[in-house]
Design a protein around this ligand. Structure first.
Ligand code: DAT
Ligand code: MG
Length: 137
């Protein structure tokens, strides 16, 4: 697979906790390239487009409310197999059981809320990456 790009978001919990630098450090230490980066206060409409696949699920409204709760850092990251590579760095969705060594496993936990506050988003396929990068950049 040739060099590809993915969308990484540092979610509002990551920004509020001052973990943006630590998350960027892990991406750079892995050897991926930061192509573009910005601090965003996303609109509800932008988030609805981003999370369209989850509309109707029980966590959808809490997810949008959470993502509207503060600024987000959007990053365009490049590298060979970076889409699956960043998903591996991030760890699985639930931070309680995400493997130690991953961003979610090392830095995240369950706060007893209706939505998983798990610090980061990473695109899950080439199609998602293209769609999401178009939305955020
Ligand atoms: P991921 O972010 O690992 O790709 P996803 O796309 O399935 O996970 O879900 C998007 C976000 O929604 C996820 O980061 C946290 C939240 N979420 C997913 N499943 C959830 C659940 N069962 N309960 C609470 N929040 C959930
Ligand atoms: Mg996802």
């Amino acid at each position: 697979m040739a060099t590809e790009e993915t969308l990484v978001l540092v979610k509002p919990d990551g920004v509020a906790r001052g973990l943006t630098g630590e998350i960027l450090r892990r991406i750079e230490a892995k050897g991926y390239s930061l192509v573009d980066i910005k601090l965003v206060e996303p609109s509800r409409d932008l988030l609805a487009r981003h999370y369209a696949e989850h509309e109707g699920k029980p966590f959808y409204e809490p997810l949008l409310e959470f993502m509207l709760s503060g600024p987000v850092v959007a990053i365009r990251v490049a590298g060979n197999r970076v889409i699956e590579g960043f998903r591996a760095l991030a760890g699985t969705t639930d931070p309680t059981t995400a493997a130690p060594g991953t961003i979610r496993g090392d830095l995240g936990r369950d706060w007893g809320l209706a939505v998983q506050q798990n610090l980061v988003h990473g695109s899950d396929s080439p199609e998602s990456a293209a769609r999401e990068l178009e939305i955020w950049f």
